[in-house]
Design a protein around this ligand. Structure first.
Ligand code: PEP
Length: 297
């Protein structure tokens, strides 16, 4: 008698907890200011990458900080890429105008015997709308085998097919920039994806150009340097995918972007947002999204 009662109670509690997390209709309302982009203009994508940081307590604090961050310019779209384990919390508590991303997903298209992996369709099921793929830290491998250009491209395709939007990271290392092969490196990273993605798929992809030497180092590409590389990436897309895709695709800059340098980077014509690591863990992230130019309404 007692055991079935306990089981029923436990199972109804579990169901309500799961519902609580998955049905996140009660997220606090966000707010927007200014004029949206004009026809044909690209909306800036401001991504925060929390990496493998945070506890439940610190994630709650950060969510509070972002919730109190005030209006988001109508020319910007904001998304935070959080550790898998914090996704349910963020989907429940974060203001509803900031989207939620995972920082990786499996190359496996379906659920199954892939111990330790999380697949794109599971993220969609949870309510996640974006995923970061091919971050340089994952390409490098931090003690495990890193991800090569082909694997990254397959993941981008699998994620898009599952219904996710993708921040697709590319970028050169210090020695590659010094050797003058930045664009060769970026095109080698883009080419396998260009083979797999249809033109329609590209509308779900934002390229995050992140020079590896600028990530987490405090070194930032100058706005001119970043603009030059962004323009050459866009030219590559125009020549190797299509002119329309090149006009529409967003290219975010990543590499020690913070409140104090965001504006001059974001003001460049081919920089359409940022992917922000360290500064996304503090209120400085609000300064970054507030730096997106926006005409008053
Ligand atoms: C990143 O994580 O993608 C990144 C750019 O980090 P940071 O802003 O700390 O350099």
């Amino acid at each position: 008698m007692f055991v079935p009662y306990l089981l029923t109670t436990l199972s109804s509690q579990l169901t309500s907890t799961v519902k609580h997390f998955v049905h996140h209709e009660k997220r606090p309302k966000g707010s927007s200011k200014g004029q949206p982009p004009k026809e044909g203009e690209r909306k800036n994508l401001i991504g925060g990458n929390w990496k493998c940081n945070g506890t439940l307590a610190s994630a709650k604090e950060l969510i509070e900080t972002l919730n109190k961050g005030g209006a988001i310019p109508a020319t910007a779209e904001v998304v935070v890429a959080v550790p898998f384990i914090h996704i349910p919390l963020v989907l429940e508590k974060l203001r509803d105008d900031i989207e939620v991303a995972a920082q990786n997903c499996g190359v496996n298209e379906k659920q199954g015997a892939y111990t330790g992996e999380i697949c794109a369709s599971q993220l969609v099921d949870m309510g996640v709308t974006w995923v970061v793929i091919g971050h340089s830290e994952r390409r490098e491998g931090f003690g495990m085998a890193g991800e090569d250009n082909e694997l990254v491209a397959k993941k981008v395709k699998v994620a898009v097919d599952a219904g996710l939007k993708v921040m697709f990271c590319i970028g050169e290392k210090k020695e590659e920039r010094e050797a003058g092969v930045t664009l060769d490196v970026c095109s080698a990273q883009l080419a396998p994806a260009a083979k797999l993605l249809s033109k329609e798929d590209w509308s779900k992809v934002s390229i995050a150009y992140e020079p590896v030497w600028a990530i987490g180092t405090g070194l930032t590409a100058t706005p001119e340097m970043a603009q030059e590389t962004h323009a050459s990436i866009r030219k590559w897309i125009s020549e190797n995918v299509s002119e329309d895709v090149a006009k529409a695709v967003r290219i975010q800059y990543g590499g020690s972007m913070k409140g104090s340098n965001a504006k001059e980077l974001l003001d460049q014509p081919d920089i359409d947002g940022g992917l922000i690591g360290g500064a996304s863990l503090t209120a400085d992230f609000v300064t970054c999204w507030s730096s997106v130019a926006c005409a008053e309404s």
